[in-house]
Design a protein around this ligand. Structure first.
Ligand code: NAG
Ligand code: NAG
Ligand code: NAG
Ligand code: NAG
Ligand code: NAG
Ligand code: NAG
Ligand code: NAG
Ligand code: NAG
Ligand code: NAG
Ligand code: NAG
Ligand code: NAG
Length: 449
């Protein structure tokens, strides 16, 4: 009896639960997602915002009807129905962001929204946590002061949106920000950005190409966010004294300081043990590749091109996860270092415009590179002094798409062992003493070159 009673009870409970779920579904009236409908006040604010935009390509055609939560680019809290996300990134940029190799974003038109300012109707979206206006154009207008009062924002991207003037300091009031991207605008270089130090939760900060002139030597940066993983200050003309602000940023995974006036690498770079991406291209650095990098053993992307580096350290083989290595336009000489022979994961190798004379061990170019770097897609060794022949082993890289060996001292026959269907994007063997033909497909047309 006891057992039977328990079973009955369980069935009753089950029925009640099912009834509750059904009721919930009927209330929500939604076949796929459960959410409350849009709030009228917020719908009105969005209608007003839409009216302030010029939308020549009709990107906001879905913005009609009562339930603004279903409009393109809008996200609502699924319990309260408040608008929490406004993402107006144009479709072609979204495509680029999510680009997998084969995806052809160029098929999408470069369509975007235009406005002479950011309309203050956004202020009525009190619960907004995610605001993304990337890639639209605001014709040199200032970032409005009211953005600094949208205290719930966790994600703010205003990149490539044609903003100008001074960056308002009250962005430092947005203490919940995890993600901030102001890159690709034309801000005036006297913008005070000390307020960044008031954002302790930042994980992603992109200020690359942010100013309307290259020289931003007065920039004063302090970052206190212990969880910062992504930092790009590329192309701002910073000078080295300002880098001290970075010395405690041990959680950095992505660091891009390319295109700045940096003349030496501080020893505290050894603190950056989690780096996977490091760009220090263009300007100022010379001597051996610094020992301070050697703790960054997770590095996958290293760009030191357009400096005056002249030698590889003995520990370079520790970078065994490297996929992309760009060292063009430096002062490297003699033999391409043995260390590269351990780098089996390399996909892209650019050593062009140096003074390399030969390739390790084998003398001929690039030795048994076909065995050593089976993942190579892009090989650029042009503008060096490499003396030798091209070995057949290179044909084993059947995914090779770019081969630039131009302007060296290569001689002999061009190997004729590539697959007929090898898909070449670029081949340049000019300015050598080579003879013969190459097999493959270039830009969709068959060729013999
Ligand atoms: C549910 O909402 C959709 C529109 O969002 C409407 O077409 C449909 O008739 C509604 N169903 C019920 C049962 O109210
Ligand atoms: C915001 O946009 C609405 C609709 O276009 C317009 O009437 C209003 O003047 C704009 N407000 C500001 C401050 O530009
Ligand atoms: C509501 O949103 C939260 C957080 O975004 C999510 O974890 C949860 O699964 C959602 N609930 C429903 C019923 O969709
Ligand atoms: C916002 O920032 C401004 C300028 O930095 C400051 O004067 C003001 O007190 C801040 N407001 C709040 C609510 O924190
Ligand atoms: C930069 O910071 C220093 C020290 O905090 C301060 O003395 C100086 O005035 C700041 N410069 C600018 C341009 O903000
Ligand atoms: C880095 O951290 C140390 C120890 O916590 C501290 O003394 C120093 O002021 C910090 N430096 C910067 C630039 O934040
Ligand atoms: C780079 O900075 C140094 C001082 O750190 C300065 O002497 C030099 O003129 C700067 N170069 C450029 C191109 O700005
Ligand atoms: C690498 O990290 C270790 C341990 O934290 C540290 O002692 C060493 O100085 C670092 N190496 C460099 C070159 O900075
Ligand atoms: C390859 O790596 C091993 C250890 O992983 C190291 O001992 C060796 O010296 C490296 N070879 C070269 C050519 O750097
Ligand atoms: C190229 O290498 C060969 C054999 O290693 C040598 O005889 C020749 O002089 C070299 N040519 C140049 C231009 O360095
Ligand atoms: C091939 O290389 C030469 C020498 O480096 C260069 O001048 C030329 O522009 C390159 N050709 C192409 C099509 O890139």
């Amino acid at each position: 009896m006891g057992i039977r009673y328990q079973i009955t009870c369980a069935v009753v409970v089950f029925v009640v639960v099912v009834a509750e779920i059904l009721e919930l579904c009927i209330c929500a009236n939604s076949s796929t997602t459960l959410h409350s409908p849009c709030l009228e006040r917020e719908r009105q604010a969005l209608v007003k915002f839409k009216a302030s935009l010029n939308d020549p390509s009709n990107l906001l055609s879905s913005w009609h009807g009562d339930d603004c939560c279903r409009w393109k680019g809008i996200g609502c809290d699924n319990v309260t129905g408040h608008v929490v996300m406004l993402d107006l990134t144009p479709p072609y940029l979204k495509c680029w962001r999510s680009m997998s190799d084969d995806y052809d974003c160029d098929l999408l038109d470069y369509q975007y929204l235009e406005a002479t300012n950011v309309n203050s109707s956004l202020l009525e979206l009190e619960y907004l946590t995610h605001l993304d206006l990337t890639g639209n154009t605001f014709y040199g207008s200032h970032i409005p002061m009211f953005i600094g009062s949208m205290q719930r924002l966790r994600y703010l991207s205003l990149s490539d949106a044609g903003f100008g003037g001074r960056i308002p300091s009250n962005l430092g009031n947005l203490t919940n920000l995890h993600f901030l991207d102001l890159s690709g605008n034309g801000f005036s270089p006297d913008s005070n950005i000390n307020w960044i130090s008031q954002l302790p939760l930042l994980e992603h900060l992109d200020m690359s190409y942010a100013y309307d002139t290259f020289q931003v030597n007065i920039i004063n940066l302090t970052i206190t966010a212990p969880k910062l993983q992504f930092l790009s200050l590329a192309a701002n003309g910073l000078s080295v004294s300002n880098l001290d602000a970075l010395q405690n940023m041990t959680s950095l995974v992505h660091l891009d300081l390319g295109g700045n006036n940096i003349t030496s690498i501080p020893c505290w770079f050894g603190n950056f043990k989690k780096l996977e991406y490091l760009c220090l291209s263009e300007r100022g650095l010379h001597g051996p590749i610094p020992n301070a990098f050697q703790n960054a053993t997770f590095i996958e992307f290293l760009d030191l091109s357009e400096n005056n580096f002249d030698s590889f350290p003995f520990w370079f083989h520790k970078f065994e996860k490297l996929k992309l290595l760009f060292l063009s336009s430096n002062n490297f000489q003699d033999t391409i270092p043995d260390a590269l022979q351990n780098m089996t994961s390399i996909e892209s190798l650019d050593l062009s415009s140096n003074s390399f004379t030969s390739v390790p061990s084998c003398g001929s170019l690039p030795g048994h590179i076909g065995h050593i770097m089976p993942n190579l897609v892009n090989l650029r060794l042009g503008n060096n002094l490499i003396n030798g022949s091209i070995p057949n082993s290179l044909c084993q890289n059947d995914q090779l798409e770019i081969l630039d060996l131009s302007n060296n001292r290569l001689f002999g026959e061009i190997p004729n062992c590539w697959k007929d269907n090898q898909k070449w994007e670029e081949i340049n063997l000019s300015f050598n003493e080579l003879s013969g033909f190459m097999k493959g497909t270039l830009g969709g047309c068959g060729f013999n070159g």
